[in-house]
Ligand binder design. Structure first.
Ligand code: DGL
Length: 262
């Protein structure tokens, strides 16, 4: 098949990457997508670097074998662990990663107090450390590892009292000393954005990297002459390593329901 008409492969450690897939499909409705969520092995963010590299390479290879014209790593953790390896391996197609949307948050005010929520691995890795260095002078940047939050999303628990309690405990210090902005540095978190906003209050501005990643993907495809010329609405195929009816149902729900503030 003509390269331009091939689907775009998108993957994550689980269903979180669907928050990025939504942005991709909204920006490029005529493209076909194959989304692969590795819920069987989620969460990635609390595993070792070696384990995450191995899993990420397996996810990418799985999609590559299905003939995709580009790969979007819709996972901050996988991006920080393995984007260089993937770019080296797949030099013939665009490989796009995601990183915490620190820049727009830092520029949202005059020396704002910015809370970056992400997995322990994303915050620990060199990629984020370098990003933070870049903006250190312009804002007060606080890293908040959130182990346990991904699991709520994987269970489809997007607005339960237990989630509210979990977030209230997680944000305890920032309820006492409020922040100006929050960066959702994990693709699962935009799926519980409403609850995060509810707990932190309406004065806090929330940012995520999904839209920027979608724009970057379109730019890279355009540059490579790979945008699909068709005007027909594209097809979105959802796959998951768990292969259960429940996870596929949850994936479809997350793709189609935009009610959670995103
Ligand atoms: N969704 C992933 C991210 O953006 C990671 C979640 C996890 O598996 O720990 O970082």
């Amino acid at each position: 098949m003509e390269m331009r008409k091939l689907p775009i492969g998108v993957f994550d450690s689980g269903v979180g990457g669907i928050s990025v897939l939504r942005e991709l499909a909204a920006l490029m409705p005529n493209e076909d997508f194959i989304f692969f969520g590795d819920s069987k092995h989620a969460p990635y963010g609390t595993k070792t670097l070696e384990e995450v590299r191995k899993l990420t390479c397996a996810d990418a290879e799985y999609l590559r074998k299905q003939q995709v014209k580009a790969l979007v790593v819709a996972c901050n953790t996988a991006t920080s662990a393995a984007i260089d390896i993937l770019r080296e391996k797949y030099q013939d197609i665009p490989v796009i990663g995601i990183e915490p949307a620190l820049k727009p948050a830092v520029h949202a005010g005059n020396h704002p107090r910015v809370l970056v929520m992400a997995t322990p691995m994303t915050l620990r890795e060199e990629k984020f450390q370098k990003l933070m260095q870049q903006y250190r002078a312009e804002a007060e940047i606080i890293s908040l590892p959130c182990p346990g939050l991904v699991e709520f999303v994987e269970r489809g628990e997007l607005d339960s009292p237990a989630l509210e309690q979990f977030l209230t405990t997680l944000f305890r210090d920032y309820l006492l000393h409020p922040v100006d902005c929050v960066v959702l540095g994990c693709t699962h978190y935009p799926l519980v954005k409403d609850m995060i906003q509810k707990v932190l209050g309406d004065d806090v501005q929330i940012f995520d990297g999904g839209e920027g990643t979608a724009r970057e993907t379109r730019r890279r495809l355009e540059e490579a002459g790979l945008l699909n010329p068709t005007e027909k609405t594209g097809n979105i195929q959802l796959e998951n390593s768990l292969e259960t009816a429940e996870i596929l149902q949850l994936s479809r729900f997350l793709l189609e329901h935009k009610s959670n503030g995103n």
